[in-house]
Design a protein around this ligand. Structure first.
Ligand SMILES: *Cc1c(COP(=O)(O)O)cnc(C)c1O
Length: 427
């Protein structure tokens, strides 16, 4: 437990310089580290001593930033990855392998859906997708004896559904497996999934944590609460000796607090090498220093834009959990009392044509595939990411042709609303 409040951790967590040391975190731009004797280095390779030997596995800059993110989430250990995709893959693959099964919310980021349903399927890991709105019975029915984890997103990108974390955590724990939550959209400033029973948290730090459209990155955080040894038969990778590290058993040697991240670093980073560059970690830390200040403004702008759109005659429907009429408003009040995020989805009357005309006339909001940037941006899935689908297929997928996803940045909300208003006049 951190002794400081989240705002203070954003600014000063992870790194406390000693006398005469740099005030800002140093960028350790080195692939390798020097040792006096082979014995010293051997102890590192055996995981008998902690220290650095090669940046593909660990780097001091990355570890300082990971420590800040762990403190923000209330976790015991964390690691940075090269992207959010790598973070989600590593978090699942660290405990699920060929012949295993995953239960996942169906309302998740398209890239993660692809990762689970196509690429991990090719690796022999099966998945059952459940609606985030499913009943407890439906959720429990998705589990199999070989299920190894449950996956969901606090606020899903792009559907903006809100996950009932307690419901998903209970089902996971009743079946002896951890709940992994991708907390990218709210960030720990808006929600701490560990407080509601989640066991592992992941992030695409590319989004709000960086917040400036600067560096692609990811993070994995362990709550340190899941008792691997109590379910040892399900998690042989953590609970039986690792021959590639001289027979170390992670859950015994590193305990509940450290086993997951140590194994993930020692095995998956070693073998897949998806490390974040120390330079990117430095940029990420600059973003984290103002995360608490920025998130409040993103939420304020998202709320104002959502309210304006909801009252506009040319708008069919607005999805934003901060709106009292939204399907997820009650869950948002429970899990996101300080606001959700700056991303608002809305459907323009007149379908794809109207959405395209509207977007063409926006002056401040740029058309981008990105979200969670300081600069407002927007996307019409029907003419970009979901371009190959017919209008009927789009409607069935819950992405109507006139849908626009707008990520409200840090500008003045009145300027954003005036820009949207003038562009809607053309639609
Ligand atoms: C963007 C995103 C990802 C993927 O992250 P990258 O950093 O682009 O690899 C994963 N989950 C969510 C919720 C995202 O928004």
């Amino acid at each position: 437990m951190s002794q400081y409040r989240p705002e203070t951790v954003c600014v000063q967590g992870g790194y406390t310089p000693g006398n005469g040391e740099p005030r800002q975190i140093p960028i350790v731009q080195s692939t390798t580290f020097k040792y006096a004797t082979s014995e010293d280095m051997g102890a590192l390779f055996d995981l008998e001593a902690s220290g650095y030997f090669y940046t593909r596995l660990q780097n001091p800059t990355n570890d300082l930033v990971a420590a800040k993110i762990a403190e923000l989430e209330g976790g015991t250990a964390a690691m940075l990855t090269s992207s959010g995709q790598a973070a989600n893959f590593f978090a699942m693959f660290n405990i699920a392998s060929c012949g295993d099964h995953i239960v996942s919310s169906s309302s998740i980021y398209g890239g993660t859906f692809n990762l689970i349903s196509v690429t991990m399927a090719k690796m022999g890991i099966e998945a059952t997708f459940v609606s985030p709105d499913c009943t407890e019975e439906e959720l429990n029915a998705a589990f199999r004896p070989n299920t190894k984890c449950v996956f969901g997103e606090t606020i899903a990108n792009p559907a903006l559904t809100v996950l009932d974390i307690e419901k998903f955590a209970k089902a996971a724990h009743d079946h002896g497996v951890p709940l992994i939550v991708d907390n990218t959209f709210p960030t720990p400033v808006g929600c701490r999934p560990f407080d509601w029973g989640a066991d592992i948290v992941t992030h695409s730090t590319t989004k709000y944590m960086d917040g400036h459209g600067t560096a692609v990155g990811g993070a994995i955080v362990d709550s340190g609460k899941f008792d691997w040894m109590a379910h040892a038969e399900k998690f042989p990778g953590l609970c039986t000796p690792d021959d590639s590290y001289h027979g170390i058993t992670y859950a015994e040697k590193f305990g509940k607090e450290g086993a997951f991240i140590t194994k993930c670093t020692a095995q998956l980073m070693r073998d897949f090498g998806s490390i974040q560059s120390p330079q990117h970690a430095f940029y990420l830390n600059l973003g984290l220093e103002s995360l608490h200040v920025r998130m409040a403004r993103h939420c304020e702008n998202g709320q104002a834009v959502a309210e304006f759109l909801a009252a506009h005659p040319k708008i069919e429907k607005v999805s934003y959990c901060g709106l009292p009429g939204d399907k997820y408003h009650a869950l948002a009040q429970k899990y996101l009392p300080n606001g959700s995020c700056g991303v608002v989805s809305f459907e323009i009357k007149g379908g794809r044509k109207a959405a395209e005309t509207f977007m063409k006339h926006l002056k401040l909001a740029a058309i981008e595939t990105h979200v969670a940037d300081a600069r407002t941006c927007c996307l019409n899935p029907a003419s970009s990411t979901h371009r190959q689908m017919t209008d009927e297929q789009l409607a069935a997928a819950g992405v109507p042709a006139g849908l626009v996803r707008m990520s409200c940045g840090l500008e003045n909300k009145l300027d954003l609303i005036e820009d949207i208003d003038q562009a809607l006049a053309f639609a």
